[in-house]
Ligand binder design. Structure first.
Ligand SMILES: Nc1ncnc2c1ncn2[C@@H]1O[C@H](COP(=O)(O)OP(=O)(O)OP(=O)(O)O)[C@@H](O)[C@H]1O
Length: 805
């Protein structure tokens, strides 16, 4: 059983002295090893790089010297101090690399020096945080300005582009329209020219036809006149023929008369001859008479020959006339035929002319309509030309405005470039500040201790059998123990414990998270972080780690840490950081690993058939579980759904095994790989969040149902677990239950370079005060171990490596 003094904060110089002298461990060696190899401090440790800080702290120290353990709670004063103090980079580096000069046996002095360094580092950190905030604000402001300018630029550009596009579309449309209209116009013009040509040709043809018609009419008239002449001639020839016939008749009558006369003359001759005879006598007379008569006859004969000749010439003439008549008739017939042809030609011409006239009319109508179309198209062209001029003017205007916008854009681009330059500068400063912050943050965490122990007391629950009994848990109010101490009363005896932080029953989940948020941040900075809850069954481990998912304000550390990780990773995006997160969740129950993210809940004792779930540690101290489902996560929603899936898998397990959750260890692992695109810096962080079993025994002695035995068994189980944690934290060679899966899993968290936070959860229920005391004692052991003040009963080996500087 520990006394109050035995569990005091392990910062006591006398205790250190004990450790140094009693256990034979040189303090210098511990310091050398504990700061993670940072041994090369400044040669002159008397150097005071921050006179003002020191002075300030000295003054403060004169009034009320801050306790060495107030590091975590002294934030309020630090803020006002750093407001008036400025640091240079060299000063900060000097401060970080400064190693307090320890005097071998002056532990008190050493503690003061360390406290003083711690205070100065706090002031410096505050200053850095303030600078960081300033940088972040500046960056955010610049970023927002840049974004608004970029947005404005993009808007203007888009507007300009759309204007340009609209204008060019309108112009090209108008050009197309114009071209098509030009084509149409050209076509119409050519059609019109064709039509005019056609019309001209038609007119010429009509004129020619009219001329032809006129000439034909003339010819017709001439032919008709010829016909009339020919008819007249025919009539005259008929008359002549008639007359010649009458003359012929006359001549025939004359011939017959001449014949009759010749007959009479012959008769007369006969009578004459008779008379000759008679007259022979009168011959001489008669002969004379005869002679005269002969002469008369010869004359008559000559007259007859002449008449015959005349008759023959007349006959010939008649023949000629007949031939002429025939010819005239033929001529007439030919002329008639010609006239008929000409008439039919004239009719054809008339028809053709009518057709041509009709065609001409249609052509005229067509021409008229074409002219109308032409004039309307001309009007349209005029309108289009007007529109084109308007569009051209518009284009000119938009060109002008585009030019203006371009100049504005150029100006804005210059401003943006300027801002980008400033942003890059600020980003660089920010990156440097971030580096510094990480370094300081890590230094502070190291100073606080790489393994820290927080105690949390849950409130009394209705099921707790408190009744009228006096409360078993109380909190000391002394300055030294305020917020860090806890007193537990058992059977009238009070036991005091001190931890890095004690959260009372009324502490909210948010208050608890505020205390661990810096540690969670370290995981993003590339460190291995492990937070686990330890304590008896029902003490509030699951509440602390997971909380009540249904009530947002009662969310536990796991969802809150993950939210912070995602929020921070998002805000670090602006500094060029890109993070990849991988989550896995497992449960260890009775030395069996169950993959809580496996597609189907495990049905066999060893998980899904064929899966071994072997735990391995690699050279860089990372733990890997073979066959375990690892899920890439990008958002808190994905993580939440995975947590729900895990809870469901656990509840499935719960139905299969009695008291399952209180006997199973729940391990949540988030691997964080970060790379900075600007600085090519890389980080590999791990965040392990573990809810340890409250009653599982690593020794595997089963529960009996007997209250006393049960309590003993739980205590034994807690003790076993505590032994494991203690041995791992001390980096002992001999670790109990070394082959246990949990031991193996916890090894890098506690024994490696991980920053570990242990929650010891206790219940204020009087009926379980023994178990609470047991938990607190074991936790105090771990706390003491980390701080490097081993208790008397603890075996500390000479090669013990402690992380306390
Ligand atoms: N700080 C708290 N405020 C309110 N209720 C709490 C608090 N801590 C624990 N509880 C409640 O106490 C009960 C037991 O808590 P919880 O299940 O977290 O214990 P546990 O340590 O995880 O138990 P086990 O080891 O059996 O799993 C739960 O009903 C829980 O809601």
């Amino acid at each position: 059983m520990s006394s109050r003094n035995q569990n005091r904060p392990p910062r006591s110089p006398s205790a250190k002295k004990d450790s140094g002298v009693g256990e034979g461990i040189p303090v210098d060696k511990r310091r050398r090893i504990g700061v993670g190899g940072k041994t090369g401090g400044p040669a002159n440790s008397d150097r005071k790089p921050f006179g003002s800080v020191n002075k300030r702290l000295d003054v403060a120290g004169a009034g009320a010297a801050p306790a060495s353990g107030d590091v975590g709670s002294g934030d309020g004063s630090g803020g006002s101090e750093c407001g008036s103090i400025e640091f240079t980079k060299e000063e900060v580096n000097a401060l970080i690399s400064e190693r307090p000069k320890m005097k071998k046996f002056d532990h008190k002095g050493n503690l003061e020096v360390v406290s003083e360094l711690n205070s100065r580092l706090k002031v410096c950190l505050k200053w850095c945080q303030k600078r960081d905030e300033g940088h972040i604000e500046e960056e955010a402001r610049l970023q927002s300005t840049l974004e608004s300018l970029e947005k404005k630029c993009a808007d203007t550009e888009a507007k300009m582009k759309s204007n340009e596009e609209t204008s060019s579309a309108t112009i090209s449309e108008l050009r197309r329209e114009n071209a098509s209209l030009q084509k149409k116009l050209e076509k119409e013009e050519s059609e019109k020219v064709d039509a005019i040509d056609c019309y001209r040709r038609e007119s010429e043809a009509r004129l020619a036809a009219e001329n032809l018609q006129a000439s034909l009419s003339r010819e017709l008239e001439k032919a008709q006149q010829d016909i009339v002449v020919a008819n007249q001639r025919a009539a005259s020839l008929d008359d002549m023929y008639k007359r010649l016939q009458a003359y012929n008749l006359d001549l025939q009558q004359y011939n017959s008369k001449l014949h009759a006369e010749l007959q009479t003359a012959s008769d007369s001759l006969k009578r004459v001859e008779k008379e000759k005879s008679t007259i022979v006598e009168n011959l001489s007379t008669v002969r004379g008479h005869y002679k005269s008569l002969q002469e008369q006859l010869n004359i008559a004969r000559a007259a007859q020959d002449e008449a015959v000749k005349h008759k023959e010439s007349l006959v010939n003439e008649v023949k000629c006339l007949r031939g002429e008549l025939q010819q005239v008739r033929e001529d007439r017939d030919r002329h008639v035929a010609q006239v008929q042809d000409l008439t039919s030609d004239a009719v054809n011409y008339k028809e053709n002319t009518a057709k041509v006239l009709a065609e001409l009319d249609t052509l005229m109508a067509k021409t008229k309509s074409l002219e109308e179309t032409c004039s309307s198209q001309r009007e349209q062209i005029c309108i289009l030309e007007h529109r084109l001029t308007a569009a051209n003017e518009k284009l000119k205007m938009s060109d002008l405005s585009a030019a203006e916008t371009r100049t504005g854009y150029e100006e804005q681009r210059r401003t943006v470039q300027e801002l980008q330059g400033r942003l890059a500068e600020t980003e660089q400063k920010l990156a440097e500040g971030e580096k510094l912050r990480k370094k300081l943050h890590n230094t502070i965490l190291e100073l606080k201790g790489n393994i820290r122990v927080f105690c949390r007391v849950r409130p009394l629950l209705p099921d707790d059998g408190a009744g009228s009994e006096a409360p078993v848990v109380s909190y000391p109010t002394s300055t030294e123990s305020l917020g860090r101490g806890i007193d537990v009363t058992q059977s009238g005896q009070e036991y005091s414990f001190t931890f890095d932080k004690v959260f009372g029953h009324d502490t909210s989940q948010q208050d608890v998270f505020v205390e661990i948020s810096q540690l969670v941040q370290s995981a993003l900075d590339g460190y291995k972080v492990c937070i686990f809850a330890y304590g008896q069954t029902g003490s509030g481990k699951t509440y602390t780690m997971m909380g009540r998912p249904e009530a947002p304000e009662q969310k536990g550390l796991i969802p809150r840490s993950l939210e912070q990780i995602f929020q921070s990773s998002q805000s670090l995006l602006t500094q060029g950081w890109k993070f990849k997160m991988q989550a896995s969740m497992l449960e260890i129950y009775n030395e069996t690993i169950r993959d809580l993210l496996a597609p189907r809940p495990s049905s066999t004792e060893n998980g899904i058939a064929g899966k071994q779930y072997t735990i391995k540690h690699d050279a860089s101290g990372n733990t890997h579980v073979s066959d375990l489902t690892i899920v890439d996560v990008c958002s808190i929603e994905e993580i939440s759904s995975l947590l729900r899936q895990a809870a469901q898998s656990r509840s499935v397990g719960k139905t299969q095994m009695n008291e399952h959750s209180s006997r199973s260890h729940f391990v949540f692992t988030l691997r964080i790989s970060g790379v900075n695109e600007n600085t090519e810096q890389q980080v590999q962080g791990v965040l392990n969040l573990i809810d340890l079993a409250g009653s599982e025994r690593l020794s595997k002695s089963g529960a009996t149902g007997d209250r006393l035995k049960e309590t003993q068994a739980i205590n034994k189980s807690l003790s076993s677990l505590s032994d494991v944690i203690f041995a791992l934290a001390k980096k002992e060679d001999h670790v109990p239950f070394r082959n246990s899966k949990l031991t193996y899993l916890l090894q890098p968290c506690l024994g490696g370079d991980s920053k570990t936070l242990m929650f010891v959860n206790i219940s204020p229920d009087p009926s379980s005060v023994g178990e609470s005391l047991c938990s607190l004692r074991f936790a105090a052991r771990v706390n003491a171990c980390e701080i490097g003040i081993p208790r008397r009963q603890m075996t500390v080996r000479p090669d013990l490596r402690l992380s306390y500087g």
